[in-house]
Design a protein around this ligand. Structure first.
Ligand code: HSE
Length: 437
């Protein structure tokens, strides 16, 4: 039986999961592929730590360059992460005419256009199912199952750490800092949690999906990103009163040639399926013209779910090699020559509904001053609420707007923030609710 030789770069959490599946599920993989997937090398700087897997003697080495240069290696799996050495090794792998599988969304979001073009030119596959949504078959679904559709929108919970933190604040009324500490205690958040809670990890993922969905170049720099660190139990409580949950959403839309791609805390109605997604899991709704909506749900991170996604790429490539059909499915779904540069709508041009919360002195005339400024910028209010006790002399004043232009809302907030009767910056949370006018 034919052997497909595999080299794994990075023997950390996900790398260990990949090795585990290749070794422990060898039989089922062989039965399904019709060839042996042979893990020939694993390269990692740490060759000492025990990972709990019985590896064949001598396959764990320190020299990653030996792996990408070995003429017998067919597929290289990059599980190092980051944009330094990982990028150099991927470039080298492509130059050496080998296929590459990666979970490195930061790298693809930043440098994917060049890497995909290089892989296409060299006639090798660069596969990345594990880069978005862990085990959810997001990329395969969009690229293959939905190939006959125009994709119109994607709305996703794509960061388990943020979803865990927001669920904790909502369920237990604790602060963001307390919920983050819990996430860190359980090992969900990274040591430096900025990538997660700042929304950047989610932005990497939606930048990749946006390119894939609409046939455009990856454009990370124009994806609007706002994280969850300012979300308070008070805003979650107000949201619940209005029938909303707050989620960190990745939102991508294509309408009349205009593309939206944004990441921010968002209020969604209880009956939106994404509102019930709690804890560390991920979910994404994809809306397309022939199928309507589909929902994917599953573990977006972790050793085995992410390794499972990487294995799906390895098997795809192995099957392609066996049938001599390399490059059969274009990486970004569209043939390279049909990938366009489509601008992403600046956030100031967004038109949506807003939740606005002010900390205002409880005095006659304050409400009319604030609503007067809002009216001056052409923003129409749907409702106004003043509830709760005074804190430091101020009360929370909440307004829900009709559809308004973000630039107008920001101008109004700047003027309101400068008022003497207002303490603390106004809180702005965007609302996604198709039922509103
Ligand atoms: N840090 C990510 C998360 C997983 O919390 O979902 C890797 O993308």
């Amino acid at each position: 039986m034919r052997e497909i030789n595999i080299g794994l770069l990075g023997y950390g959490t996900v790398g260990t999961g990949v090795a585990k599946l290749l070794i422990e599920n060898k039989e089922i993989l062989t039965a399904r592929v019709g060839a042996h997937l042979n893990l020939k090398w694993i390269a990692d700087i740490d060759t000492e730590t025990e990972r709990g897997i019985r590896l064949p003697d001598g396959i764990l080495i320190k020299d990653a360059h030996k792996v990408v240069s070995d003429p017998e290696i067919d597929i290289v799996i990059e599980m190092i992460g980051g944009e330094g050495i990982a990028k150099d090794l991927i470039v080298k792998t492509i130059e050496n005419g080998k296929h590459i599988v990666t979970a490195n969304k930061a790298l693809l979001a930043g440098h994917g256009n060049v890497l995909f073009a290089a892989a296409a030119k060299k006639g090798v596959d660069l596969a990345f199912e594990a880069s978005v949504g862990g085990c959810m078959p997001t990329i395969k679904s969009m690229r293959e199952s939905l190939v006959a559709n125009h994709i119109n929108a994607m709305t996703g919970i794509l960061n388990g750490t943020c979803n865990y933190i927001l669920s904790k604040i909502a369920d237990e009324g604790i602060t963001f800092q307390e919920a983050l500490a819990e996430a860190q205690k359980h090992g969900y958040a990274e040591a430096d949690p900025t990538l997660d809670v700042g929304g950047f990890d989610t932005a990497h993922k939606i930048a990749i999906l946006t390119a894939l969905a609409y046939g455009m170049e990856i454009n990370l720099k124009d994806v609007f990103v706002e994280g969850i660190s300012k979300i308070t139990p008070l805003d979650i409580e107000f949201a619940e009163q209005f029938g909303y949950r707050i989620k960190l959403l990745a939102i991508s839309k294509y309408e009349n040639g205009r593309v939206e791609a944004r990441v921010h805390p968002t209020m969604i109605p209880f009956d939106n399926l994404l509102a019930s997604i709690k804890g560390t899991v991920n979910a994404i709704t994809i809306s397309a013209d022939a199928v309507g909506d589909i929902l994917l749900y599953g573990h977006g991170a972790g050793m085995m779910p992410t390794a499972s996604a990487a294995l799906s790429d390895i098997v795809d490539i192995a099957r392609n090699i066996l049938s001599g059909a390399v490059g059969r499915v274009p990486a970004l779904s569209y043939q390279q020559e049909n990938i366009r540069r489509i601008p992403i709508l600046p956030i100031d041009e967004l038109v949506t509904h807003y939740y606005l919360r002010f900390s205002a002195l409880d005095r006659p005339g304050v409400l009319s001053t604030i609503s007067g400024i809002i009216g001056k910028y052409g923003i129409s209010l749907q409702s106004v609420h003043q509830k709760g006790r005074k804190m430091n002399g101020a009360v929370p004043l909440v307004m829900l707007s009709h559809a308004a232009r973000e630039a107008d809302v920001k101008r109004a907030l700047n003027e309101i923030n400068a008022l003497d009767v207002v303490s603390n910056e106004a809180v702005l949370i965007r609302i996604e609710n198709e039922k509103l006018d």
